[in-house]
Design a protein around this ligand. Structure first.
Ligand SMILES: [Zn+2]
Length: 430
């Protein structure tokens, strides 16, 4: 059998070792040990981990790489200052500037093995400039990256009389997910009302919905309850997501448990942003300082589809990041105490198969028949991948290597004896 590509002797996320992966016409055609076939291109993956591509279920491509625009930085580190800076600068950003930053981020993402992104895009601007630009970017990157856009009213559904129309115009232009931000509405009741109107809009149009929801430290912020209720009532199960949900961190356990059961029963998906929310939340606390995370292990145990996402990079909300979803997994291990053997495996699922389900990606994953998309890492297994966040030796999309990074080694000169060390290969020897 002549194949297009074979990855030899790979380790898979489930722990299987020495597996050969055969690719033909952009699809996985065989995944087995000692594959008796040849291919035009063969890659040796001995002792190295192969994963499906990383998927980011929550990002902001319109704001990324705009850190320090006109010399302004978020000095307080709060969500509120981030929004204020964005609201002030947004109108002075040119279409070319939006385009350049979004394309740069997509290039970086691909180099990190991140091949699918759901990006919210602010629809506050009456001209919808960012929407227009990102729809163009989506088309340009389509051969190598799946970009899904969310119509996001950053200042709130009720922030202006025009906002409902802005959202529907963006959807008419081709944006495929309904967005919102109920905790930012002027009153709690208007927050709940925005959830009702936006879920109705999604149901009427047969679209997915993903709301920034309860992104604060207020245990009384309970818009997610209405979102779960409407998700079930309107039949939006499996295509409705609550992003952030950081108020869950501060709720009492009795109510949180009731809410988690309700979310699971309603088929509501949940997207956590550990990097940005560990940074933004708890800013009004003294000590102990609360950290801004939904209850990830408990939601997973209840049967909710959960993802962890990057949210921001070098923008008014988060001054760090490198489009590396393994950074997200590393933070999740610590912040959510997903530190058991299975917990760390789950941290990889939270940045691969689970967000792929939320985005509705078709034919995703390391199975015969699926798209031949994968990442080869300079790590021996899942645990080492999260510990080291190592080089992406190869990124494959539809059977073609679209990015590669050289193996990293350090050259030493000690006591006049030159040698080299593969720092990624130093492991516990027991
Ligand atoms: Zn966001």
């Amino acid at each position: 059998m002549a194949l297009d590509l074979i990855i030899r002797h790979a380790t898979l996320p489930d722990g299987r070792k020495d597996i050969d992966i055969g690719v033909k016409d952009g699809r996985f055609v065989v995944i087995e040990k000692a594959l008796a076939a040849s291919a035009a291109q063969e890659i040796d993956a001995t002792d190295h981990l192969v994963t499906p591509p990383f998927v980011d279920a929550h990002f902001h491509l319109d704001a990324t790489l705009a850190l320090g625009f006109e010399g302004r930085f978020n000095e307080s580190g709060t969500l509120a200052e981030g929004i204020a800076i964005w609201a002030d600068m947004r109108g002075r950003i040119s279409p070319e500037n939006f385009h350049r930053r979004a394309m740069s981020y997509c290039d970086l993402a691909v180099s990190q093995g991140l091949l699918a992104i759901r990006s919210h895009v602010d629809v506050t601007d009456p001209d919808l400039t960012a929407v227009e630009v990102l729809i163009d970017v989506k088309k340009k990157v389509a051969p190598y990256l799946d970009l899904q856009l969310v119509a996001f009213p950053q200042m709130g559904y009720f922030s202006s009389a025009l906002m409902p129309e802005q959202i529907t115009r963006a959807l008419d232009m081709g944006v495929e997910v309904v967005g919102g931000i109920p905790h930012l509405e002027p009153t709690a009741e208007l927050g709940h009302e925005s959830v009702r109107r936006l879920t109705r809009l999604a149901a009427d149009r047969g679209l997915m919905i993903d709301l920034h929801c309860d992104e604060n430290d207020d245990p009384a912020s309970r818009n997610v309850e209405t979102l779960a209720y409407e998700t079930k009532r309107l039949g939006l199960q499996g295509r409705s997501a609550g992003s952030h949900l950081t108020s869950m961190h501060s709720m009492d356990n009795f109510y949180a448990n009731r809410l988690i059961q309700m979310m699971a029963a309603s088929g509501l998906q949940a997207i956590s942003n550990p990097l940005a929310n560990m940074f933004l939340q708890g800013r009004f606390d003294t000590y102990p300082k609360r950290r801004g995370l939904m209850r990830i292990p408990e939601l997973m145990a209840a049967g909710c589809t959960v993802a962890t996402a990057h949210d921001s990079m070098l923008d008014p909300w988060y001054p760090l990041g490198k489009a590396d979803m393994l950074d997200v997994a590393f933070m999740t291990v610590h912040a959510a105490h997903l530190s058991s053997h299975q917990g760390m495996r789950d941290c990889l699922r939270l940045i691969t198969e689970l967000p792929a389900t939320i985005l509705g990606l078709e034919d995703y994953g390391l199975e015969v028949g699926n798209h031949a998309d994968l990442v080869l890492l300079q790590a021996s297994d899942v645990f080492e991948a999260i510990r080291l966040r190592p080089a992406r030796l190869a990124v494959v999309r539809r059977g073609k290597v679209i990015s590669s990074t050289s193996r990293v080694t350090s050259a030493l000169k000690l006591d006049g004896r030159p040698s080299s060390i593969d720092t990624f290969a130093i492991r516990a020897s027991g």
